[in-house]
Design a protein around this ligand. Structure first.
Ligand code: NAD
Length: 315
């Protein structure tokens, strides 16, 4: 029996933070859940609401609105605080406002003596993750963002739908910035062990390839479409955060496309970007370098340049 409690702290109890919290509760992912928000009353209300669902949950969980001191013995601090993306606004537009929010969060978390992992969802997520790493002074392997985890899930769903196959048997990734410069390395996309591009028979090749490009565009613009329809996206990201949390707390060594610092992989240095990584209880155990084509490497390079420019603009 585990003696230690699996403890998660969420900073930012808005739509994303609480979709994540609700998912953690429904999947019984941790034992103790702390909610922190600049709007303390909101965090308290959310804690009450979740606690009232405990009678229907699969297992018990201690849930309360807390303080930064509560981060001291947490396994993961998950940051969902910030300003939500508005219609027509790019993720990079949010950067300056959210950088200020992070200055007010990271310092009290580290001052508490926190010695766990940071997981970041706030947009623009790759840059906010790098800011978290800089402000905390933590080893970059202990700081990760949701990166292209959600985009990858959207891609697998759409490909599964098109190929009439279970998305769980579709192995394909979205890489780079969680944003406009993200891309799909099609040379690495597989259905079971069959390269997806080989599924385009000789006669149907043009049609098939065009459909893949459409799917890639659909993934890239999904957030804009959802925001246009309902102002914000939160369920999908809540589930992506939960999946990453399970990989960490379960020491799973699962491959997930989180935002991780590149230190020479793909020829890139000192940039956080969405890449397939092996995730375990220590965080990013390692970045898994895929065998990208020269064209795909160029796309990743351009995406990383965009992210470096965004970061350099504020630090
Ligand atoms: P929201 O406005 O509903 O919630 C944000 C919360 O942060 C609010 O409760 C607010 O009080 C809190 N907050 C603001 N400043 C704070 C501070 N200094 N300290 C503590 N708490 C503070 O927004 P949301 O819809 O939950 O979105 C949150 C973030 O997640 C946004 O940046 C959004 O763009 C991002 N997001 C990321 C992804 C992804 O794939 N990574 C997907 C969807 C949304």
């Amino acid at each position: 029996m585990r003696a230690d409690k699996r403890k998660v702290v969420i900073v930012g109890t808005g739509m994303v933070g609480m979709s994540y919290a609700y998912c953690l509760l429904n999947q019984s992912v941790c034992d103790e859940l702390v909610l922190i928000d600049v709007n303390k009353k909101r965090a308290e209300g959310e804690a009450m609401d979740l606690n009232h669902g405990l009678a229907f949950a699969n297992s018990s969980m201690t849930i309360y609105a807390g303080e930064y001191d509560d981060c001291r013995d947490a396994d993961i601090v998950v940051i969902c605080a910030g300003v939500a993306q508005k219609q027509g606004e790019t993720r990079l537009d949010l950067l300056k406002r959210n950088a200020e929010v992070f200055r007010s969060i990271i310092e009290p978390v580290t001052s508490s003596g926190f010695n766990g992992l940071f997981l970041v969802a706030t947009n623009p997520v790759d840059i906010m993750t790098r800011i978290t790493c800089t402000l905390s002074g933590f080893n970059p392997r202990r700081v990760m963002g949701t990166g292209t985890a959600l985009d990858t899930a959207r891609l697998r769903y759409l490909l599964g739908d098109y190929l009439k196959a279970d998305p769980r048997n579709v192995h394909a990734y979205v890489m780079g910035e969680h944003g406009d410069s993200e891309f799909v390395p099609w040379s690495q996309a597989l259905l079971a062990t069959k390269p997806i591009l080989e599924l385009c028979g000789e006669n149907g090749e043009a049609v098939c390839r065009q459909r893949f490009d459409d799917i890639e565009e659909e993934v890239r613009t999904a957030a804009y479409k959802i925001i246009e329809a309902k102002n914000a996206t939160y369920y999908g990201i809540g589930m992506a955060l939960t999946r990453i949390t399970k990989a960490i707390l379960g020491d799973e060594h699962s491959v997930l496309t989180v935002s991780a610092m590149l230190r020479g992989e793909y020829g890139q240095m000192d940039v956080f970007a969405g890449v397939p990584c092996i995730i375990n209880q220590n965080g990013v155990q390692r970045v898994l370098p895929l065998s990208l084509t020269p064209e795909e490497l160029e796309k990743l390079g351009r995406s990383c340049d965009t992210l470096r420019e965004g970061y350099d603009g504020i630090f």
